[in-house]
Design a binder for this molecule. Structure first.
Ligand code: FEO
Length: 164
């Protein structure tokens, strides 16, 4: 049987996963608006994964004889200034999710809740993957941005031809 502290913390985590889903869906809508269907697709896949994460907690609470209690989901942001800004927000958000998974694991250790520890290990591995993917996209976008800057610098230099 799931104890009350663990149940409450897992219900909170359902809310966090649902917020992640809502945030990523909002990012998908942003990319759709910017005519970037590939980025929109990536965010839609992420969004669906977050709902699956929420449902893993949902099912686990039920399996352990607990009660699922859903809370209001905060409104996500809707505007970003660049693709890089979105990717950086995803990376920062995933780091926050990792911290909350670690906090849940700490609680499971403290409560000597062994089934929860096993279940949470899946999430610990998943977060390694999530953070790695987000960091890769940030790095790739920065590379593109740097190249853009190099082209602008060259453009600036070429524009000065004949000045000296
Ligand atoms: Fe549910 Fe992206 O962590």
């Amino acid at each position: 049987m799931l104890n009350k502290a663990m149940q409450d913390a897992m219900n909170e985590q359902i809310n966090k996963e649902m917020f992640s889903s809502y945030l990523y869906l909002s990012m998908a809508a942003y990319f759709e608006d910017k005519n970037l269907p590939g980025f929109a697709h990536w965010m839609r896949v992420q969004e669906a994964e977050e709902r699956e994460h929420a449902m893993k907690f949902y099912e686990f609470i039920l399996e352990r004889g607990g009660k699922v209690t859903l809370k209001a989901i905060d409104a996500p942001g809707t505007e970003w200034t660049s693709t890089l800004e979105v990717a950086e927000e995803v990376a920062a958000h995933e780091a926050k999710v990792t911290s909350s998974i670690y906090a849940l694991y700490e609680l499971a250790l403290q409560e000597k809740d062994y089934p929860s520890q096993i279940m949470l290990q899946w999430f610990i591995s998943e977060q390694v993957e999530e953070e790695k993917n987000a960091a890769e996209i940030v790095a790739n976008l920065k590379l593109i941005e740097d190249r853009g800057t190099a082209v602008l610098m060259l453009d600036h230099r070429l524009g000065k031809r004949g000045d000296d």
